[in-house]
Design a protein around this ligand. Structure first.
Ligand code: NAD
Length: 242
């Protein structure tokens, strides 16, 4: 199958990592359908069943096939557990864990029909280790790694491969948007948060660029990615080596 035939659905593609992934896959010749709250081919709230169904149905109606799902949409909520807003918990779990499940569920038959179906979740180093004040995010990211392992086992006989890309901190609005919350909860001046809090767990004190994550996704979707399934693909500047 040539890349010009392959169809990819990328969620959360209006910003950050999703935008970089959508651009890279389009450059590689895939037909890319984007889903996000706004500024996407499908405007959908992916915390809902209807939103996830609409995204998959849009792809199938427009292209009649679906070869690649990149489940990327996400946000963060930073608060100590005893103050953690319960609605924020529900929304985070819905977006980071249940949306990837629903996308796989609704797209499963099409991924199998592809013969070379690929499911990539943009998880996080937080799929492997925790940080304080991120109870919902860490729980959901650990969960999505479990989902990917299960999809890999169920998908094997249908030619479907599933992986979880696990980056450290990436230069996107999601990280920039939590600097003030991090400053408040950690009691650190906002201009020192990046170095003292955000990059503290990285062995290499650099933010990852969204294009580096897109390169990794492109690799996983290519021929060299065929051996990767049911596993975290860690790109975390040495964070989880500790
Ligand atoms: N930035 C990082 O350091 C980092 C590190 C590891 C993993 N990640 C993961 O990468 C993914 C993308 O994050 P990012 O940093 O590019 O963030 P971002 O804020 O730049 O982009 C996230 C996108 O998700 C969309 N989104 C949010 N809620 C949505 C909803 N209910 N329905 C549909 N779309 C919704 C937003 O509109 C936005 O376009 C997330 O899953 C995040 O957890 C990010």
């Amino acid at each position: 199958m040539s890349d010009s035939e392959r169809v990819a659905l990328v969620t959360g593609a209006a910003s950050g990592i999703g935008l970089a992934v959508a651009r890279r896959l389009a450059q590689d010749g895939l037909r890319v359908v984007t889903a996000d709250l706004r500024d996407a081919d499908v405007a959908a709230d992916l915390t809902t069943r209807e939103g996830n169904r609409a995204a998959v149905e849009h792809v199938l109606e427009r292209h009649g096939r679906l070869d690649v799902i990149v489940a990327n949409a996400g946000f963060q909520h930073v608060a100590p557990v005893q103050e953690f807003d319960e609605d924020a918990w529900d929304r985070l779990v819905a977006l980071l864990l249940t949306s990837p499940f629903l996308l796989a569920r609704y797209g499963w038959e099409a991924l199998g029909a592809s013969g070379e179906g690929r499911f990539v979740a943009i998880a996080s180093a937080h799929a492997l280790v925790a940080s304080p004040y991120k109870a919902a995010y860490v729980s959901a990211k650990h969960g999505v790694l479990g989902l990917v392992k299960t999809l890999a086992l169920e998908g094997a006989e249908h030619g479907i491969r599933a992986t979880a890309v696990c980056p450290g901190f990436v230069r996107t609005p999601l990280v920039e948007g939590q600097l003030e919350d991090q400053a408040r909860t950690h009691g650190v001046p906002v201009d020192e948060v990046l170095e003292r809090v955000v990059l503290a767990p990285h062995a290499i004190k650099e933010l990852i660029e969204p294009e580096q994550v897109a390169d990794t996704v492109a690799f996983l979707l290519g021929p060299a990615g065929r051996a990767f399934t049911g596993a975290p693909v860690v790109m975390d500047e040495g964070w989880t080596a500790r």
